[in-house]
Design a protein around this ligand. Structure first.
Ligand SMILES: [Zn+2]
Ligand SMILES: [Zn+2]
Length: 369
């Protein structure tokens, strides 16, 4: 017995979202059926829609969903019908990375999150009049009124929290906050320079603030976003349109440099300045999508004499089952106001919501059902 639903479908690369009537599959033994309440739109959704990441078509995207559990499979034990949940990325649960609680480096990450079908047998979770659609996107395809997820990527959250805005904790906010807190391991008093004040960069700022970081500099050309960064606790904002030498400015503001850098832009020249802004034993975290042919733009001798590290970070090195409740707890305590990044849109306005993010007007659009 499938469930009748409405889904935003992309039938051809670059085409707009069109909402269609679909059928969502009954959950299997390790799966859950979630009635969607909200979903964030992430840059990865737009990248897949427009062909920057190859995904099979037609496809139902969306990977920052929140909702209420309506049905569970026979072997599901940690998630119950009626639970409020956030869905994150899928992982196998038993490879070397999963055993180390680093599921974003799961050896099966790509087939499980980007193939469009169940990785175990290639079956579909969403059909349209009998036609199999690619769904299972990040094991949820949250741009639909119902989603099938696995127990492993379904995270139960506190019912007192505003469920419709919690979805972005499953990807964009986890990516930024987790990069600062888990991957770079920022602690009380540490200094950080964040390059790019979009959803991920500002989430890194929120994470750094939640753990008591010292100086946090945000480098961002959009004046509105810079202003918001200051309100959210950045100690300094540098506008690279007004400050020609960002590296010199960071050194001037800090005396010598910062302990950590985090790039969300993927622009090689920005990363090069970030690496040079680091204090000895500093670490540069990379989150931004680079041009396909780019190489790391760092001078190795300069790195050697200071013992500098550079690392790409996937999904904030987070184990979502642990990190999403931690962020939700910070929010409840008033020290992680991620709601300030969000603007809500009705599900039907998915194309307008995505455009508002691309144009820079909205930091994190959330569709509500
Ligand atoms: Zn794994
Ligand atoms: Zn994402």
């Amino acid at each position: 017995m499938s469930t009748a639903a409405r889904a935003a479908v992309i039938r051809k690369t670059g085409a707009p979202w069109v909402i269609e009537d679909v059928e969502v599959a009954t959950p299997r033994e390790d799966e859950v059926l979630v009635r969607m309440v909200g979903t964030g739109i992430c840059h990865t959704d737009m990248g897949c829609k427009d062909g920057h990441f190859p995904v099979p078509m037609p496809i139902v995207l969306g990977h920052e969903g929140s909702g209420v559990v309506e049905a569970i499979g026979a072997k599901v034990s940690k998630v119950k019908v009626g639970d409020h949940v956030v869905m994150s990325f899928d992982s196998c649960g038993h490879c070397h990375s999963c055993d180390a609680h680093l599921p974003s480096y799961c050896y099966e990450f790509y087939p499980r999150n980007l193939s469009g079908m169940r990785s175990v047998d290639g079956s579909a979770t969403i059909t349209s009049k009998g036609e199999a659609l690619n769904a299972v996107f990040f094991c949820q395809s949250s741009f639909a009124t119902y989603a099938v997820a696995r127990e492993i990527n379904t995270i139960v959250v506190d019912k007192s929290l505003p469920l419709e805005i919690l979805g972005p904790l499953g990807c964009g906010i986890q990516t930024g906050a987790g990069a600062a807190v888990n991957a770079l391991g920022i602690k009380k008093g540490d200094s950080l320079a964040i390059f790019g004040g979009g959803a991920v960069g500002l989430s890194a700022l929120l994470g750094a603030r939640a753990v008591g970081a010292g100086t946090v500099i945000v480098v961002e050309p959009n004046v509105g976003r810079g202003k918001l960064a200051l309100e959210l606790g950045a100690t300094h904002v540098i506008n690279p349109k007004e400050t020609a030498d960002v590296l010199a400015k960071i050194k001037e503001l800090t005396g010598a440099g910062v302990h950590f850098g985090l790039d969300t832009t993927g622009i090689p020249a920005v990363i090069a300045a970030g690496v040079e802004a680091l204090l000895p034993n500093g670490m540069m975290g990379l989150l931004g999508v680079p041009p396909p042919e780019a190489t790391v733009p760092a001078n190795m001798m300069s790195m050697l004499v200071r013992g500098i590290g550079v690392k790409y970070i996937v999904e904030g090195d987070a184990d979502p089952q642990e990190f999403i409740p931690r962020m939700a707890g910070w929010y409840k305590e008033g020290k992680f106001p991620f709601d300030r990044l969000i603007k809500k849109f009705p599900f039907d306005q998915i194309n307008e919501a995505a455009q508002s993010s691309l144009s820079g007007d909205v930091i994190k659009p959330v569709l509500v059902f």
